[in-house]
Design a protein around this ligand. Structure first.
Ligand code: NAD
Length: 366
């Protein structure tokens, strides 16, 4: 029996809608495959802050962090801002609190989905550093004014080493599934002192992982190659802000944010959420594409399976990924992919495509 305690934070906008969809798929997996998930749901959201002033605290995060993993919808509303004029987002605070230094964002052009690059194969994993860079909470010493404001980019050896270790081990794991096994650093060491250190540490870690190929591009040229020649990439790794941007470019290559999952992980904690935000423009209409959230839930089971040596959790993750893949291939298709199906219809189709049993013969990946 595979049993896990999961913290659920649905959040704002379409967050609760896509979390409900992922939980419906997981519930079917519980019925079919002998999986037990014990949920504790937390009501943190920008909307809660607007209504009550309550936001997530360190004590809340200590409690949430005792669960095996966190399933997170999306948080933030553009018009809800904290005292510093910035949007609220528990995801940012959790990254700092749990030391979630890497965000794994697999992007793959699924059969049946039209990306902007017709007939182009896209299968890459973008790994974004998420605890430092320009999001480290270290503002420049100058107080922002109406005339000037600045942010500081911080890169540390310790975090960079952990990040690149993750990148090379992910490339090695992907190679077992038929990808080339190759890591590319996107950086800007020609102009940023912080990136000189980033590149130096990358070279050291690459030398220790010589069985895996590696390359480095400046972020500007590397971004162009993502569009003109995405097949050259397997695993891409970058610092926080560059990784934030290129992961969304990558999502755009494979049909958009509705199909782009992500996992924010440290060596001990994992928060699993779609790459998209709360999409206030479509919230409450039942039309959000739940695919990214469902794939994020599959990544959660895959991560738990790898950490615990739990083969059943891993096989269930692959069954969900396979069910998503066949739904994308034959429909129904959500509106952001050019179809007309709503959240529930897509979710039901994924549930119907789940195999009666999970076996160890099939390995799908996102
Ligand atoms: P967004 O990702 O919410 O939406 C961008 C566009 O993609 C919108 O047109 C939206 O309708 C569409 N979209 C996103 N997810 C979709 C889905 N599953 N199905 C169909 N269409 C989908 O980004 P935004 O509009 O820049 O931000 C909205 C809010 O979300 C902001 O408050 C922002 O701070 C927050 N945000 C939160 C997270 C997070 O929780 N991790 C991430 C990004 C943005």
């Amino acid at each position: 029996m595979t049993e896990y305690d999961i913290a659920v934070i649905p959040g704002d906008g379409i967050g609760p809608e896509v979390v409900e969809a992922a939980q419906a798929v997981l519930a079917e997996c519980e019925t079919r495959y002998g999986l037990t998930l014990n949920y504790t749901t937390y009501d943190f959201s920008a909307d809660l802050y607007r209504r009550t002033g309550r936001k997530i605290t360190a004590a809340d995060m200590d409690e949430i962090g005792m669960r095996d993993a966190v399933l997170f919808g999306a948080m933030g509303l553009p018009d809800v801002r904290g005292p510093e004029g910035l949007e609220l987002g528990a995801q940012v605070e959790m990254r700092a609190h749990y030391g979630l230094f890497s965000s794994l964002r697999p992007v793959r052009l699924f059969p049946g989905v039209d990306g902007p690059l017709k007939a182009e194969k896209v299968d890459m994993l973008v790994i974004r550093e998420t605890s430092e860079g320009m999001f480290a909470g270290l503002a420049d010493e100058h107080e922002p004014s109406d005339e000037s404001a600045s942010d500081r980019m911080t890169i540390t050896r310790a975090t960079s080493e952990k990040l690149f270790d993750v990148a090379f081990s992910q490339a090695r794991a992907r190679r077992k599934r038929g990808t080339p096994g190759h890591v590319t650093l996107l950086h800007k060491s020609n102009a940023l002192r912080s990136n000189v250190l980033l590149e130096k540490v990358f070279d050291e870690v690459a030398a220790r992982n010589a069985d895996i190929g590696s390359a480095k591009y400046y972020i500007d040229a590397g971004s162009m190659y993502m569009v003109t020649d995405p097949g050259r990439y397997d695993v891409i790794v970058s610092e926080n802000i560059f990784g934030d941007i290129v992961s969304e470019v990558a999502a755009g290559l494979v049909g958009g944010l509705g199909v782009a999952p992500s996992a924010d992980v440290s060596l001990t904690h994992g928060v699993f959420q779609p790459s998209h935000g709360s999409a206030p423009d479509i919230a409450g209409q039942g039309i959000a594409n739940p695919t990214a959230m469902i794939l994020s839930a599959a990544m959660m089971l895959e991560w738990l399976g790898e950490r615990r040596g739990d083969d059943l959790a891993t096989r269930i993750a692959h069954a969900i990924q396979g069910a998503v893949e066949s739904t994308l291939a034959i429909g129904p298709r959500a509106r952001d992919l050019g179809g007309s199906a709503g959240t529930r219809e897509v979710t039901d189709a994924v549930i119907s495509a789940l195999p009666p049993q999970v076996d160890s013969g099939r390995r799908e990946h996102v």
